[in-house]
Ligand binder design. Sequence first.
Ligand code: PGA
Length: 253
Amino acid sequence: MRTMIIAGNWKMYKDLQETTDLLTQLKAAVPRLPANVVSIVCPPYTSLHAAAAALSGSAFKLGAQNMSQHDEGAYTGEISGKMLKAVGCEYVILGHSERRQYFGETNELINQKAKKALALGLTPIVCVGESLQEREAGITGQIVTTQVKGTLSGIGPQEMTRIVIAYEPVWAIGTGRVATPEQAQEVHQIIRKQIAQLYDWALAERITIQYGGSVKPDNAADILTQNDVDGALVGGACLKADSFSAIIKAVKP
Ligand code: PGA
């Protein structure tokens, strides 16, 4: 049995006070995580320090939403993995579709970032997923396998065991249009097969593949019970303690 990872991607929401308030409510709503669940919150950079303080003594882990592929230097506006580690992050989301779409991130760049994160001891959550146009053209499998291959290029089997993959169909993000459990399972299986081809089956069976895209308390249980779905990357519903905690509680023991 793989551990389920329920992560919250806060995107560009919550200032300092709102961060402390949300995490106080979340800790009250989930005083103890189920034994088979790891839960991560990924607030904006400006809230990471406060979030680390608010979470100390709790089982929730801290993650960031992006990081630089560079160690340090004259890169105005960028944040390094070393900085994320220093503030208490253990995870970092890489290659979210919004980063690909609005900030021009490519598989090659995401691959560089993933290698840097691994070298620094951060766990990358690498996002892949097709657009609506690509799904309608019947090329979902092709798009996702190209993204998996590109973002994992040159990553050895040992390091691969530390990577989390998030399948997020772009058409389901923030739209309320969730993939059906069968649609999610189908693509998760394609991804796991691809990992088996690139590495081997034993390794592929160990990899956590999260689903993301309009996960809510009322659809979480159906998606999370699919064989190859090992958790959720949650956007909108992670901004309230009651909905995020309900998704955590939707995981079958
Ligand atoms: P959503 O976002 O849950 O609001 O669809 C998911 C994500 O972008 O990670």
